[in-house]
Design a protein around this ligand. Structure first.
Ligand code: UD1
Ligand code: CA
Length: 476
C-alpha cells in the first residue's frame, strides 16, 4: 500500500455568516469554488485519496467536484447533521474502513483556500515523525478572531486546545491559536474521535479535543503558519480579503514567468487561466476568466474582459473589448470597444474594429471589419473588407441562417446581408445595399433607389421656412 496521506476536507457547514443561498464552499475566489482550491492543495501535496465531508447542499458540491475531477474521483462522506468538527470526521471514518491504522490522515477546512500545498506536505511529514501521531498548524492572527487557543505546559508541550467560547479570560489572552488543519494517524483518529463528548458551551463534538489525547502520547507537533495563509472565510469581507491575496499570488507568479502587468492591483486573472507566453502585456483593469490563454507577445489593453478566449502571438486586443469563447489568431487586432461573442474565430492579421459585434463568425486571414458592424453566423473569407454599419440579418426570430462572404469581397458601408446568402469571391456590394440573394463572384450588387437631384429646392425651402418663422415671432 502507498504511504501517501489521505486528505479529509471539512465542508458540511452552511456558512451562516455568508448570508447566501449557496453553500459557503461553492463561493468563488479567482474563478474557482473554495472547495476546489483546497482539493487542489491536497492533490498538489501528493494526497493519495481526497474525501470531502459534505452536508449542506451536498448534491451541488458533489456535482462541482465530479464535473471537475470526474465522477467519484473525490470521495464524499455525508454528515447530515452538523454536530461539530469532531462529529464531521467521525462521519467520514466508514469511508476509510479499508485503510490501515498507520495511514496519515490530513484534515483541512473547506473554507480556507490559501493553504499552500507545501504546508500540507509539511503537516503530514511532522505527523509521520512525531510519537504522538498528531500534528497541527498554529497561527498568530493579525486581527481579532474567535479561534481556539493553544494551551501548553511549562515544557512547551501542547496540553489541549480550548475553544474561544469555552476559554477563560486568561486563556483568551493566549495569542497562539489553532489554525484548523491537522494530521493524525488513522489508528488514533479511530479511537479518539469515537470517544469525544459534546460537554462544552456549544454542545458540539470538537475535533480540537484530539490535542488533549495526543498530550497523553507526548504531545502533538505544532507548526506555525502565517495567518494570511490559513485564515478561513466566514463572511463576505473575508471573501474579498482572501480573494485579494489569491489574486496577488496569481499575478506575481505571472510576472515572474515573463508577463508584464501594468497595474497588478487592478488586474483580475482567474486561477485556472493559462498558459500565458512570454512578453504578454496586460493593461490596467483587465479581467481574464475561465480557460483564457495568451501566447507570446499578446497585448491585452486597458479594461478588456476575456472569458474562455485564446489569443495567439502578437495579437492586440485594444481597450474595452469583451471577448467570450473566442479564438484570436496571430497579429490580429480587435477593438477598441469590440464585442466578440461565443464562436468568434479571427485568423491571422485579421481585424475587428470599434463597436463591432460578432457571434459564431469566422473572419479569415487578413479580413477586416473596422467599424460599427454586427456579424452573426457568418464566414468571411481571406482579405474581405466589411464596411462600416454592415449588418448580417441572421435571424428571423425563430432560426438562424448563415452569411458567406467569400475571399476578397468588399461590402460597402451600411449594407444588410439577409441570410442565408453568399457574396461571391472578389464581388462588390455597393454602399446601402440590401442583399437578399447570392451575389455572383466578381460582380457588383446594388439595390438602392436611384438618386434624384431637384435643382434649387434647398434655397426655396429655406426661404419658405424663413417667412414662416418671422410670421410666428411673438409681437410686442
Ligand atoms: C474551528 C476550530 C477552532 C479553530 C478554527 C479555525 C473546532 C471545534 N474549532 O472553529 O479551534 O481555531 O476552526 O478556523 O474545530 N464543519 C463540518 N461539520 C460540522 C461543523 C463544522 O463539516 O458539524 C466544517 C465547516 O463547514 C468548516 C469547518 O468544519 O469548514 C470549521 O467549522 P467552523 O464551525 O467554522 O469551526 P470554527 O468555529 O471556526
Ligand atoms: Ca471557521
Amino acid at each position: 500500500m502507498s504511504d501517501k496521506p489521505v486528505v479529509l476536507i471539512l465542508a458540511a457547514g452552511l456558512g451562516t455568516r455568508m448570508k447566501s443561498h449557496k453553500a459557503k464552499v461553492l463561493h468563488h475566489v479567482a474563478g474557482r469554488p473554495l472547495i476546489v482550491w483546497v482539493v487542489e492543495s491536497a492533490r498538489e501535496a501528493g494526497a493519495g485519496r481526497v474525501v470531502a465531508i459534505l452536508g449542506h447542499q451536498h448534491e451541488e458540491v458533489r456535482a462541482v467536484l465530479d464535473a471537475r475531477y470526474g465522477q467519484g474521483v473525490i470521495g464524499v462522506a455525508l454528515q447530515t447533521k452538523q454536530k461539530g468538527t469532531g462529529h464531521a470526521v467521525l462521519s467520514a471514518l466508514p469511508a476509510l474502513e479499508d485503510e490501515p491504522d498507520d495511514r496519515i490522515v490530513v484534515i483541512l477546512t473547506g473554507d480556507a483556500p490559501l493553504l499552500r500545498p507545501t504546508r500540507v506536505a509539511e503537516l503530514a511529514e511532522a505527523c509521520r515523525r512525531t510519537a504522538s501521531g498528531m500534528a497541527l498548524l498554529s497561527t498568530c492572527p493579525t486581527r481579532e478572531v474567535a479561534y481556539g487557543r493553544l494551551v501548553r505546559d511549562d515544557s512547551g508541550m501542547l496540553l489541549r486546545i480550548v475553544e474561544h467560547a469555552d476559554a477563560t479570560e486568561s486563556e483568551r489572552a493566549i495569542d497562539e491559536m489553532n489554525a484548523g488543519f491537522y494530521a493524525v494517524r488513522l489508528g488514533h483518529l479511530r479511537s479518539d474521535v469515537a470517544s469525544l463528548d459534546a460537554d462544552n458551551t456549544q454542545g458540539e463534538f470538537y475535533l480540537t479535543d484530539l490535542a488533549a489525547r495526543a498530550a497523553e502520547r507526548g504531545g502533538a507537533a505544532v507548526i506555525d503558519a502565517p495567518f494570511e495563509e490559513v485564515s478561513g472565510i466566514n463572511d463576505r469581507i473575508d471573501l474579498a480579503e482572501v480573494a485579494a491575496v489569491a489574486q496577488q499570488r496569481i499575478n506575481r507568479a505571472l510576472m515572474r514567468s515573463g508577463v508584464t502587468i501594468v497595474a497588478p492591483a487592478q488586474t483580475f486573472v482567474d486561477a485556472d487561466t493559462g498558459p500565458f507566453g512570454r512578453d504578454v502585456w496586460i493593461g490596467p483593469g483587465v479581467h481574464l476568466r475561465g480557460k483564457t490563454q495568451l501566447a507570446d507577445g499578446a497585448r491585452i489593453d486597458v479594461g478588456c474582459i476575456l472569458i474562455d478566449t485564446s489569443v495567439a502571438e502578437n495579437a492586440h486586443i485594444k481597450p474595452h473589448s469583451v471577448l467570450e469563447d473566442a479564438v484570436i489568431g496571430p497579429h490580429a487586432h480587435i477593438g477598441p470597444f469590440a464585442h466578440c461573442r461565443p464562436g468568434t474565430r479571427v485568423d491571422r492579421d485579421a481585424a475587428l474594429g470599434n463597436f463591432v459585434e460578432t457571434r459564431n463568425t469566422h473572419l479569415m486571414a487578413g479580413a477586416r471589419a473596422d467599424h460599427h458592424a454586427y456579424l452573426g453566423d457568418a464566414s468571411i473569407g481571406a482579405n474581405a473588407n466589411v464596411g462600416a454599419g454592415t449588418i448580417t440579418c441572421n435571424s428571423d426570430g425563430f432560426s438562424e441562417y448563415k452569411t458567406v462572404i467569400e475571399s476578397g469581397a468588399f461590402i460597402g458601408s451600411d449594407s444588410q446581408l439577409v441570410a442565408p446568402v453568399t457574396v461571391g469571391r472578389n464581388a462588390y456590394v455597393a454602399a446601402g445595399t440590401t442583399v437578399t440573394r447570392d451575389v455572383p463572384r466578381s460582380s457588383l450588387a446594388l439595390s438602392r433607389v436611384k438618386q434624384v437631384d431637384v435643382e434649387g429646392w434647398a434655397d426655396r425651402f429655406r426661404e419658405a421656412q424663413g417667412k414662416r418663422s418671422k410670421r410666428q415671432e411673438p409681437s410686442g
